[in-house]
Design a protein. Structure first.
Lengths: 699, 360, 188
């Protein structure tokens, strides 16, 4: 049976064979890397001189040096030919070249039409757009569509199938490959986002120490916000959906595999742009980017964010089209809506929100960009515009967005908890329906972010009512989970421990949201650390903890090996304590009246201890992530072999091998009952052919 | 089990109901906010207590015995329970939103008129009685608040004061702030008074406050407005009626020159294009740090920004570096402490690029 | 390996239709945000509209687009039981009508007294009509692609879902135009 990754044994053989030359070539590679880095730094300095800037700029020169050094190292150790054969590398190089070309072309055009050749905003923005366009063309994601459009004959496999690690750096239409690409991309940006905030938290312990120049603090936290939301959470959840939705519904792939590949490859440039924003001066507006500040903010860092989020948003709309069509049209026979795992319910609620609401933030950001670049006046009162228009459009997406960011995590809880309780999910139908209920309810609560904003006073009351109402289906879920554990036979393994912490953190988040939904209370708490504590509890409970639970739960399925329980349990303890240490002091700070997004405070307010606690908490979370990374890397090669169904779970993905075969199912199963019906006599989730599958009988 | 639930939830509820979580109440509005917050947190405490207790109990006592691979008893639903935990929260949140609306009305009510003097809000219930302390005024005191980067300026239209940088208000007197912004979104907030209100260009929202405690406070800007946001504060004094009248007299007689708090920043955008500045008059408060964000748009042409005492340009106040366009630069300098009309120009084109620099 | 029921051509066609329908939902929301912007500014900004662009050319353009919808409908019918030449003619005609629409739109834009950066009205006007024009451009490209495929015998009476969804897209763009025209030129 073909597998996605090469067997570990084959890898070991090739590396052992070259162990002799390994050392020498490693030293040579490092030497080449250093030379490459110096060359890259030198070229950057020359370019800066040419542009009329001071030759040394710490950020740009160092970053380019590191990147060229890294690229040189890879070329030396892998070989330039191999490196350039990877679609992603080719795409990236072409993208960079395209960006440079675009910037030059824009400058020349500007000079030709009498304008000054350099103006950061338009030149950089057009550079970004041409860069992304060249990148996409060079990647090859558009080739098939081009052939289709011109009516050229379709070519089948034009090169021999790639196996092994290289597959993940190429354009590949298999949903499992794309799922891993999304997931790993998101996870790669996660430590960077956490690091940003660690710097911020350390600064806040004693702002007068000068760890950060004060103007940088707001840029760092704003970038932290955008990065985490659009470049970590979205790709990670897209990855989980891409990998597991087809498996859970008994399909062989998603509905539009090529569209799927295209939508993934939009994500790396989005992430890159968000990170690059810091080097272009950052953006001092908070992730919410309200005009007039964002429209007039000097540094071009703002533009990077606007374009980057555009790409991430476009990717999520395309993913939505894919997942919705897949679930509506490609379920296994017998899988009615109320026999789907809750993860699928959450997925369709999430992508439904993505589909409908992302265009609103796209338009809001585009309007800000057009104000910056073209002088348009949507939000400019002196031109007849309205400042609040932005906030309405922005929050119309950004509130459903937070449900996009947590619903899947909640679905994960609903599907992992029964496995480790050996009981069906309590109140399955209520929990399933709660997903679209929350999604629909969440569309009419958005203005609760604007209670102090100056909108018509009477308008605040309906939003208060809807905000509180949407707490009800969320509460249904929490109570259902609690009831599931009652009289269960709990197995305290790592996935369950993370689920447990997730539920409690999420509960804290939900309960602290209620005061924010009441207008008069919100008028005090708005823009204080209470809000920051609230949404971090939501994100930790609804995203981070659940994703780690999912990693421990599904890693055996994806890789064929088990993660270490010992490391897992330590990691769990570290991260749970860390997260509470992060969230609770923030709630305290908010009650005390500390404003958010400020880089200093008076010592007399006694806030220092609370800030120090959050910094320690943040560090513990980071340490937990490091442990997770170590666990994954270690277990990929040396973890115990998992087998098909190590947890004894009753959903479709556990009916196939670990890792699953290329085409998922030899024979599409027929679904007979709900998932997770442990203990119900004679219940079988699905069967293949005429024989009963051992779904529910243990190894 | 039930006992544990009662103890945990009851304990949390009691804690939240009695402890003063939001410090320094200083206005009648704060009493409303603080009391309702107690109720909300108490309810939250009860829910949290119940869920966490049951979950912990399950994790401790419903573990599988080692070697037991069998399934648990498959209770997968209970309509009564599910209905209960849907209906009860629904009822609770509806009640909470009605209460919230009621409190909002009380807070925003215009004066004189309905409401606050006739009921007391205590522990979530309105009871008849006097709201303590009672508002002793017959009518509201209007104050105009103008926010700009990064200064708060106050005006008292009925007292004829048109520019003050300290907010002085009489205690036990309902004040209605009309809040405006000259550039980006700011937010007017005094922590001890409770609610905040954003200052939005193009709009003039109002905020009503009844301060009830004398003392020194601060207005803090609560909407990120740029690099000076953290320190965009203004001193607030709540004083007795007599002191307030004295202060008003002082301001009106111009015996005191209003000046913003030490260390305040003001940020001004200035551009030079087609051999001219885009502004002919720049106005700043006395003694502040002025930051000029200067954009020279004339390609190949050098410009700068310089401030002098008079058009004769003998005594300089600030001379900025000359830059050749297209380029941007930021100039920072301290505005003169003496109010008056000064003079700014471009030193490279001293006769054609000039303007007035007004210090108030 | 048993072939899944999902591999059939009918299932693929059904998926394509669903996918395109979902895409159109998203695009409808995009235009929704632009209409929201227009009506919000119209409601709150005094002196709206700041300018009165002439409605004659856009009215003519409406007819052009409707004609395009007509030819698209012909294409959808022809693909089931018509000749290849008629199909390719209908597709080409639709593309040409779309291009005509764009040409008139550009001409009109150039001759307006206001620009996108004149004021908020200008900004909304050009953004709304601009995004619509962008979608018409997409439609033209789509029609040309379908034309190319028809000419190269890739479309048949059994394999015609792409023509159906292409035609659906064109009708969608037409519907949006009706709304844009009504909002900007009739209701003001």
């Amino acid at each position: 049976m073909k597998t996605v990754a090469d067997s570990p044994r084959a890898n070991r053989e090739t590396s052992e064979g070259s162990a002799e030359e390994g050392n020498l070539s490693r030293k040579l590679s490092i030497l080449i890397a250093v030379c490459g880095g110096i060359a890259g730094g030198g070229i950057t300095m020359l370019i800066r001189l040419g542009l009329g800037l001071h030759f040394w700029g710490t950020g740009p020169v160092l970053v380019v040096a590191v990147l060229t050094g890294f690229f040189a190292y890879l070329s030396a150790s892998l070989g330039l030919r191999v490196l350039l054969s990877l679609d992603s590398v080719r795409g990236m190089l072409t993208g960079l070249g395209g960006a440079a070309a675009g910037m030059c072309a824009t400058s020349l055009l500007r000079r030709a039409s009498g304008l000054p050749a350099w103006d950061a905003d338009p030149v950089l923005t057009i550079g970004m757009l041409t860069g992304v366009a060249c990148y996409l063309v060079s990647l090859g994601v558009l080739n098939d569509w081009w052939r289709w459009a011109t009516g050229a004959p379709a070519r089948e496999e034009r090169r021999r199938p790639i196996r092994g690690w290289r597959r993940y750096f190429n354009v590949d239409t298999s949903h499992k490959v794309i799922g891993i690409q999304y997931f790993v991309t998101g996870l790669c940006f996660l430590p960077f986002g956490v690091l940003l905030q660690l710097i911020g938290r350390t600064h806040m312990i004693d702002p007068h120490l000068g760890i950060l120049p004060s103007a940088a603090y707001e840029s760092i936290i704003s970038d932290h916000g955008i990065l985490m939301m659009f470049v970590v959470v979205l790709p990670v959840f897209s990855g989980l959906m891409n990998y597991f939705v087809p498996l859970l519904i008994g399909a062989r792939d998603v509905a539009f595999p090529r569209l799927n590949a295209f939508s993934f490859w939009l994500t790396p440039p989005a992430g890159l742009l968000v990170v690059l924003s810091l080097m272009a001066g950052g953006f001092d507006t908070g992730w919410t980017a309200y005009p007039p500040l964002s429209a007039s903010f000097e540094n071009p860092g703002m533009d990077f964010i606007l374009v980057g989020v555009y790409l991430a948003g476009g990717s999520s709309i395309l993913t939505a089209i894919n997942i919705l069509t897949t679930v509506f049209k490609m379920r296994a026979p017998g899988m009615s809506f109320f026999r789907m795992p809750v993860f699928i319910w959450s997925s369709i609620a999430t992508v439904g929100l993505s589909l409908v609401f992302t265009p609103f933030i796209a338009m809001a950001f585009l309007m800000v960009l057009s104000e910056r670049l073209l002088g348009m006046g949507f939000f400019n009162p002196s031109m007849g515009g309205q400042v609040l228009l932005y906030q309405f459009l922005f929050w119309f997406y950004s509130h459903p967005a937070v449900y996009i960011f947590v619903l899947i995590g909640l679905g994960l809880i609903s599907d992992i908890l029964p496995v480790f309780s050996r009981k069906p999910l309590f109140g399955y139908k209520g929990v399933a329906i709660a997903n679209p209920a929350i999604a629909i309810g969440g569309t009419v609560v958005f203005a609760h972010h604007m209670f102090a904003a100056g909108m018509p006073a009477w308008l605040r009351v309906p939003f208060m009512v809807t905000t509180l109402l949407v707490a009800v289906p969320t509460g249904v879920k929490v109570f259902a989970w609690t009831a599931t554990t009652w009289m269960a036979k709990m197995r305290l393994q790592t996935p369950l421990l993370f689920v447990f912490s997730a539920v409690i953190l999420f509960l804290v988040g939900g309960l602290t949201g209620v005061p924010l939904g009441i207008v008069p209370i919100d008028l005090y708490l708005h823009d204080t650390y209470w809000v920051v504590g609230h949404f971090h509890a939501m994100f930790f409970g609804g995203f981070l903890m659940t994703v780690i639970a999912a990693i421990y739960y599904w890693f055996p399925k994806v890789s064929g090996r088990m993660l270490s329980e010992r490391i897992g349990k330590w990691q769990w303890l570290l991260m749970t304590v860390g997260m509470f240490l992060l969230v609770v002091p923030m709630l305290g700070l908010g009650l005390e009246g500390m404003r958010r997004r400020i880089n200093d405070y008076e010592f007399a307010m006694h806030f220092q201890a609370l800030h120090a606690a959050t910094a320690v908490g943040g560090l513990m979370v980071f340490a937990g992530l490091v442990l997770l990374g170590r666990n994954i890397v270690m277990s990929l090669k040396r973890g115990p072999v998992a087998g098909d169904n190590p947890w004894g779970a009753r959903t479709l993905e556990w009916m196939v091998s670990s890792p699953p075969p290329e085409h998922n199912f030899d024979e599409i199963p027929e679904v007979l009952d709900r998932p997770h019906m442990h203990g119900v006599a004679g219940s079988v989730h699905a069967r293949v052919g005429s024989k009963q599958a051992s779904q529910g009988e243990q190894e | 089990m039930c006992l544990t639930l009662a103890v945990v939830s009851g304990g949390l509820a009691y804690l939240f109901l009695t402890v003063d979580l939001i410090p320094n109440p200083g206005s009648a509005e704060r009493i409303l906010i603080d009391d309702f917050m107690r109720i909300l947190l108490a309810i939250a405490g009860v829910v949290f207590g119940i869920v966490v207790t049951i979950l912990s109990y399950s994790l401790l006592f419903f573990r599988r015995r080692p070697g037991d691979e069998s399934d648990a008893r498959p209770t997968s639903g209970n309509s009564f329970l599910e209905l209960t935990w849907t209906i009860i929260p629904l009822v609770v949140v509806v009640i909470l939103s009605f209460q919230g609306d009621e409190i909002l009305d009380q807070m925003m009510a215009k004066r004189p008129g309905r409401g606050m003097t006739s009921t007391v809000y205590s522990l979530g219930v309105f009871v008849p009685g006097m709201l303590s302390p009672a508002d002793t005024s017959a009518r509201e005191l209007p104050i105009d608040v103008t926010a700009s980067r990064f200064i708060w300026r106050f005006a008292y239209p009925e007292q004829g004061i048109d520019s003050a940088y300290t907010l002085v208000v009489p205690v036990d007197h309902r004040v209605v702030f009309r809040i405006q912004s000259q550039d980006v979104i700011h937010s007017f907030w005094v922590q001890q008074w409770g609610p905040k209100q954003d200052a939005v260009p193009g709009l003039s929202p109002v905020l009503r406050i009844t301060p009830t405690k004398t003392g020194q406070y601060a207005v803090e800007c609560s909407q990120l407005c740029g690099f000076g946001h953290t320190n965009m504060t203004a001193p607030v004094r709540v004083v007795s009626n007599e002191e307030f009248e004295e202060w008003v007299e002082e301001q009106r007689s111009a015996a005191g020159t209003p000046s913003p708090p030490a260390g305040s920043h003001v940020m001004i955008d200035l551009a030079a294009s087609n051999m001219a500045f885009d502004t002919r008059v720049i106005t700043v408060p006395a003694g502040v740090m002025v930051m000029i964000s200067f954009d020279n748009r004339d390609k190949g042409v050098p410009h700068n920004f310089a401030v002098y005492e008079s058009p004769a340009a003998q005594k300089q106040i600030f001379v900025g570096r000359i830059i050749t366009g297209p380029q941007r630069i930021s100039y920072s300098f301290m505005a003169p402490t003496r109010p008056g009309t000064y003079f700014f120009r471009c030193d490279v084109h001293p006769t054609t690029m000039t303007g007035t620099f007004v210090v108030k | 390996m048993a072939v899944s029921v999902h591999e059939s051509a009918g299932a693929r066609a059904s998926r394509l239709r669903t996918g395109v329908a979902l895409f159109l939902v998203s695009e409808a929301c995009l235009f929704g945000s632009l209409f929201w912007t227009y009506y919000y500014l119209r409601g709150l900004t005094p002196g709206w509209p700041a300018h009165f662009p002439s409605a004659t050319l856009p009215a003519f353009n409406t007819l052009v687009l409707l004609a395009g919808s007509g030819t698209a409908w012909v294409a959808a019918r022809t693909v089931r039981r018509g000749s290849r030449t008629r199909l390719s003619a209908a597709l080409l005609a639709t593309a040409i009508l779309g291009a005509a629409f764009l040409a008139v739109t550009f001409w009109e834009w150039g001759h307006e007294v206001f620009r996108p950066w004149t004021d908020a009205y200008g900004s909304v006007f050009f953004t709304l009509t601009g995004f619509h024009a962008l979608h018409v451009f997409g439609g033209v490209v789509l029609m040309l692609a379908l034309y190319a495929r028809t000419v190269r015998h890739k479309i048949s009476s059994r394999n015609h879902t792409t023509i159906d969804v292409g035609s659906l897209y064109w009708h969608f763009v037409d519907l949006i135009w009706i709304l844009v025209f009504t909002t900007v030129f009739l209701i003001r």
